[in-house]
Design a protein around this ligand. Structure first.
Ligand code: PGA
Length: 251
C-alpha cells in the first residue's frame, strides 16, 4: 500500500521571520489535525537548518528545492548533498520545470543530481511534465516518457524504489489552471506503465507519484481521489499554513 505524500514547494518566497512564522503555524495546525499523509516542506536553502530543527519535534519532514550534482569542492554558490543530509534534510525536489527552464538543467545534469541525492540518503522528488504547446500538439506522453526514462531509468530496482515522482504539467504551475482529475489520472497511469515496462509490476505498484500544478484546498480532494495519484506537490498554496494543512487533510 503506497503512502500518501503532500510536499510544499515554497520556491523563492518569504523572509526569514515569515518563514519561521509559517513553520510555527504549521506545527500548531498539524498537531491539531488528524493528518494521514507524510508531509514535507521545502523552504529555500537558508532556512533549511531552522526548518530541520523544528522538524525534529514536528509532524513534517524537510526537503530542499535543489542539489548540486557534484560531491564537493570548487563549485561556487552550490550546496552539496552531504551538506543537506548533515542538516537532516530528507528529500529534494529535482527536475522542477523552473530549474529546467530558467537554469538550463538538462537530462544529464538531472541524472547526476538524482544519483548524488541517493548516495547521500536523500529522497529525490523527481518532477516531470509537459508544456502547453506540447500538450496541445499531443506530445505530452512522449515528453513525460523521455523525462522519466532519461532522469530515472538508469537506476537499479533498489535505487528506483527510493524515488518519488511528481507529475507537474507546466501549464498548470502557478497559473490557477489545474489538470482535470481525468488528465492527472491518465498521466499517472501512463507513468506507472513505463515503470512496469522497466522494473516490473511490484515496483510500479510501490512508486509514489504526486500531482502538482495549482493544487488548492478546493481541488485537492478530487485530484487525490484519482487512482494512482498519491498526493501533491504544492507551490503557492503551501505558503499559507491553513490552506496547506487543508490540502494535507485531503490526502
Ligand atoms: P503551484 O506550483 O502549486 O503554485 O502551481 C507547484 C509547483 O511548482 O511545484
Amino acid at each position: 500500500m503506497r503512502k500518501k505524500v503532500v510536499a510544499g514547494n515554497w520556491k523563492m518566497n518569504l523572509g526569514f521571520e515569515e518563514a519561521e512564522e509559517l513553520i510555527e503555524e504549521l506545527i500548531d495546525l498539524l498537531e491539531k489535525e488528524d493528518i494521514k499523509p507524510d508531509v514535507i516542506i521545502c523552504p529555500p536553502y537558508p532556512y533549511l537548518e531552522m526548518a530541520s530543527d523544528y522538524a525534529q519535534e514536528a509532524r513534517f519532514k524537510v526537503g530542499a528545492q535543489n542539489i548540486c550534482p557534484f560531491e564537493s569542492g570548487a563549485y561556487t554558490g552550490e550546496v552539496s548533498a552531504s551538506m543537506l543530509s548533515s542538516m537532516e534534510v530528507t528529500h529534494c525536489i529535482i527536475g522542477h520545470s523552473e530549474r529546467r527552464k530558467y537554469f538550463g538543467e538538462d537530462d544529464k545534469m538531472l541524472t547526476a543530481k538524482v544519483n548524488m541525492a541517493l548516495i547521500h540518503g536523500i529522497t529525490p522528488i523527481f518532477c516531470v511534465g509537459e508544456s502547453l504547446p506540447e500538450r496541445e500538439s499531443e506530445k505530452h506522453f512522449e515528453i513525460v516518457r523521455r523525462q522519466v526514462r532519461h532522469g530515472l531509468f538508469h537506476l537499479d530496482t533498489n535505487e528506483f524504489a527510493k524515488v518519488i515522482i511528481a507529475y507537474e504539467p507546466v501549464w498548470a504551475i502557478g497559473t490557477g489552471i489545474t489538470a482535470s482529475p481525468a488528465q492527472a489520472a491518465e498521466m499517472h497511469a501512463y507513468i506507472r506503465t513505463l515503470i512496469v515496462e522497466r522494473y516490473g509490476e511490484a515496483p510500479a505498484e510501490e512508486t509514489i507519484i504526486l500531482y502538482g500544478g495549482s493544487c488548492t484546498s478546493k481541488n485537492a480532494a478530487e485530484l487525490f481521489a484519482q487512482p494512482g495519484v498519491d498526493g501533491g506537490l504544492v507551490g503557492g498554496a503551501s505558503l499559507i499554513a491553513d490552506e496547506f494543512v487543508a490540502i494535507c487533510k485531503q490526502a
